[in-house]
Design a protein around this ligand. Structure first.
Ligand SMILES: Cc1cc2nc3c(=O)[nH]c(=O)nc-3n(C[C@H](O)[C@H](O)[C@H](O)COP(=O)(O)OP(=O)(O)OC[C@H]3O[C@@H](n4cnc5c(N)ncnc54)[C@H](O)[C@@H]3O)c2cc1C
Length: 415
């Protein structure tokens, strides 16, 4: 009688860039893989702002986890705690009514990070964030609701202007992208659908630091600032917010900024799950790992993506880093069964890019490599997006959605 060899259980927490990269690469003949995540899809965040204004449809930028890797088990839920001694993760259904313990032999924590409120009052209550599809949906509904309400007779001029003032706090890639997408919507669709409101809408980008897009080369930053100025997007640096209120926000200088919608896109914080783990974390709350992405003293637990930082290195919280770590860990684990070492994780900088709307972008190649602006950079940005989109379905749907928005306008229906 032949003995049945049990495959080690690999438990993956999360379904973002890091976890999905690992899931795609792991050898299912070697490991019995279970994924526990709060969402049953992978989300391509670089196009999230495009869905918030209807340039691209919500379902175009997601990949269902269950269908992406048949043979792996998926459980929709929240990881709440890790019991290291018993090698189980305590999980709970999203509704909160079912709790279970998920066993593991190897554990990969890829639960990402959350936006930081910096303890500023009113952010959670009154500002929108842009992290998940549900957030993009809320923003889209609020933008359309504001346009419809202002189109009604009877509102005074100050209230109309307040409601149509859209403010993004944080002039990093997310805030910039949101402002750019919103501006594209206003330029191309407002004259068609709300001709009376043209000229009333304003977009402002607020930044507490001295410059926008601080991770970029100075020449690219200046280009972005110039183009935004030309588009009428107000960029205000050195403007720290002290409170968000239902009708806008207040700056530390005491100035009141009336606004109809505030997008909070400033800073990162650990998720509640990560914040509660009994492992070493850095000042930003990220789990510290060794150069093989293992938690110190825990050979069987790995942490990757936005929720982690290899000791001694400073990696940006970017999709490319998370994805590379997922791919690396998949390779390490596949080789580990054959007792082959893969060496430490080394991040490969593939450059950064940001779309500025209006068919323009900025692209910065790694190191001293070339820097591109304008229409050519936009084509580079688009081809990078095309390459990164996972499935052939989405590679087809994204350009089709853009074409639809260009020819027929964005869908501004309220339902
Ligand atoms: C709007 C926006 C635009 C961006 N644009 C770019 C860009 O252009 N280029 C770029 O490089 N980066 C960009 N980023 C950053 C990039 O999205 C992140 O760096 C990347 O998603 C990190 O991957 P991750 O796997 O660590 O986390 P995430 O992708 O955030 O995934 C985390 C996963 O963990 C799950 N999860 C969370 N908590 C739990 C829990 N307790 N239990 C179970 N599951 C849990 C979540 O549901 C999710 O599936 C952007 C981010 C945003 C929000």
């Amino acid at each position: 009688m032949s003995a049945v060899i049990r495959r080690p259980c690999l438990l993956i927490l999360g379904s973002g860039f890091a976890a999905f990269g690992l899931l795609k690469r792991i050898d299912l003949r070697t490991y019995d893989v279970t994924v526990v995540s709060r969402r049953n899809h992978f989300l391509y965040t670089p196009l999230l702002a495009s869905t918030a204004v209807g340039t691209v449809e919500f379902r175009t930028i997601i990949e269902p986890v269950r269908r992406s890797r048949p043979g792996a088990r998926f459980l929709l839920g929240d990881a709440e705690a890790i019991d290291v001694d018993r090698r189980v993760v305590c999980c709970r259904s999203l509704e909160g009514d079912l709790a279970w313990e998920q066993p593991y032999d190897l554990l990969a924590v890829g639960v990402g990070a959350e936006g930081s409120t910096f303890g500023i009052p009113g952010v959670r209550e009154h500002a929108c964030c842009l992290k998940e599809l549900a957030d993009a949906r809320v923003i889209r509904e609020r933008v359309v609701a504001a346009l419809e309400r202002v189109a009604l007779p009877g509102l005074d001029e100050a209230e109309r202007r307040r409601m149509l003032h859209f403010v993004a706090v944080g002039a990093g890639p997310t805030g910039v992208r949101f402002a750019a997408e919103l501006h594209d919507l206003l330029v191309t669709d407002l004259p068609r659908s709300y001709p009376d409101l043209v000229g009333l809408v304003r977009v402002t980008l607020l930044e507490a630091g001295p410059k926008m897009l601080s991770g970029y080369d100075a020449a690219l930053r200046d280009y972005a600032a110039r183009e935004f100025h030309r588009d009428g997007i107000a960029v205000r640096t050195d403007c720290a917010v002290s409170e968000v209120v239902p009708t806008g926000l207040r700056l530390q200088s005491g100035e009141q900024v009336p606004a109809g919608l505030v997008l909070w896109a400033a800073g990162f914080a650990p998720t509640r799950f990560v914040a509660g783990l009994p492992f070493a974390r850095d000042r930003a709350g990220r789990l510290i790992t060794d150069d093989h992405l293992r938690l110190p003293g825990q050979k069987e637990i790995f942490a990757l993506g936005d929720c982690a930082r290899p000791e001694g290195g400073e990696l940006p919280q970017l999709a490319q880093v998370a994805e590379q770590q997922g791919n690396y860990l998949g390779k390490v684990l596949n080789r580990r069964r054959a007792s082959r070492d893969s060496g430490p994780f080394v991040s490969k900088n593939v450059g950064i890019s940001s779309c500025l709307g209006g068919g323009r972008a900025i692209v910065e190649a790694p190191g001293e490599g070339p820097k591109h602006t304008g229409a050519w950079a936009y084509q580079l940005w688009r081809s990078a997006v095309f390459t990164q989109l996972v499935s052939p379905r989405n590679k087809v749907l994204v350009p089709l959605d853009r074409l639809r928005a260009y020819v027929f306008g964005r869908d501004l229906s309220k339902f």
